[in-house]
Write a protein that binds this ligand. Structure first.
Ligand code: COA
Length: 329
């Protein structure tokens, strides 16, 4: 347990990274299951019943990962009320090119030229890896505040015409600002649990755009096991019991995966947040996009104890806790 030592001059208050800004971006074009049926041998019923997805947003050919990251990042900075961040972490599986990294261009377009910026690749767990990295920058006193963005154009990874993967993925971005604060404050990120296992790297692979290969049912099994166990570890490390969790925010990979995770954790339906039906799997954008939407529409309120969990290619997984702060997206 982290303690707050009131008035104890010899022992400093526990420091933490605190969420103090949030924003998101969805490309305007929504592609419904019915639209997909005109080009794939599939049905709306198959996609909905196996995945929970009704539509996904697709970035136009002229919209890059950088563009979506800039839009989400700008909104998060506006919600923070300042551009005073000293580092930028961009979690993405779909950078715009091999070199240079996308994060530098994003930083410059946000008026942050000169700050350290990096791309971080950890599949759909990238945002939680990004939170941990940013919290480390803050703990090491390299930065007072850090912009963490998750942005992906996962719709570019499947092979055209592959009905087993095309319906699953959409495009988008989400971002938060973390600042130095105290562990007792609303918005403080709890201990972050992260893991990876490259021996199963072959289960989700895309050597380049348009070549995704995925072993769906194996991925499904690992995703449920890893998200459930990481969630349990993160809650325990934060000193929470599962019945303390007001909102479970799992990476939106598939509605069946997230409902299995919630069942294993014994989190009832009214405490689970979803947006998979309207956005599909948006990769590293998934969690911050869902947080931003839920904070905006009231499903997520200040004081809610939130458990975040993710899983992705790598394989990678992670979880952490946060008591939701009073924020305007
Ligand atoms: N429409 C119609 N039929 C489809 C289809 C589609 N879009 N996609 C696959 N099928 C067919 C298959 O061809 C197969 O047919 P067959 O039995 O004649 O060969 C049948 O449906 C079952 O395929 P299968 O792959 O076993 O289905 P599934 O129940 O495992 O569901 C997934 C497939 C992809 C929905 C599921 O495995 C899944 O969600 N996996 C996790 C994916 C994921 O979330 N990845 C990202 C992690 S970050």
């Amino acid at each position: 347990m982290r303690d707050h030592h009131h008035g104890d001059a010899d022992r400093p208050v526990d420091q933490a990274a605190v969420i103090c800004g949030i924003g998101a971006e969805l490309p305007p074009t929504a592609l419904s299951n019915a639209d997909l049926c005109t080009r794939l041998d599939t049905t709306d019923e198959w996609i909905r019943s196996r995945t929970g997805i009704a539509q996904r947003h697709i970035a136009g050919a002229d919209v890059s990962t950088e563009d979506m990251a800039v839009s989400a990042g700008a909104r998060a900075l506006r919600s923070f009320g300042s551009r005073r961040v000293q580092a930028l972490v961009l979690a993405t599986t779909t950078p715009d090119r091999c070199c240079p990294a996308t994060a530098h261009a994003v930083a410059s377009r946000l008026g942050l030229s000169g700050v350290p910026a990096l791309d971080l690749a950890a599949g759909c767990t990238g945002f939680l890896y990004g939170l941990a990295t940013a919290a480390g920058f803050i703990a090491s006193r390299m930065a007072e505040a850090v912009l963490v963005i998750g942005a992906d154009r996962l719709s570019t990874l499947p092979a055209r015409g592959d009905r087993t993967t095309v319906p699953l993925f959409g495009d988008g971005a989400g971002a938060v600002v973390l600042r130095r604060g105290q562990a007792c404050e609303d918005g403080a990120i709890g201990p972050v649990v992260l893991g990876s296992d490259g021996t199963h790297g072959d289960l989700i692979q895309a050597p380049r755009a348009g070549t995704l290969r995925m072993q769906g049912s194996e991925v499904f099994r690992h995703a449920v096991d890893r998200m459930a166990s990481a969630s349990t570890q993160a809650a325990t490390a934060a000193g929470w019991r599962m019945q303390d969790v007001d909102r479970l925010v799992p990476h939106q990979a598939n509605a069946r995966i997230t409902s299995f995770v919630a069942r294993q954790l014994d989190v009832p339906a009214e405490r689970q947040l979803h947006n998979i039906h309207s956005v599909g799997n948006t990769g590293a954008a998934s969690i911050p996009l869902l947080l931003a939407q839920a904070a905006a529409d009231g499903r997520l309120k200040a004081g809610h104890r939130v458990l975040l969990a993710a899983f992705g290619a790598g394989l990678t997984w992670g979880a952490t806790t946060v008591t939701w702060p009073d924020l305007t997206p």
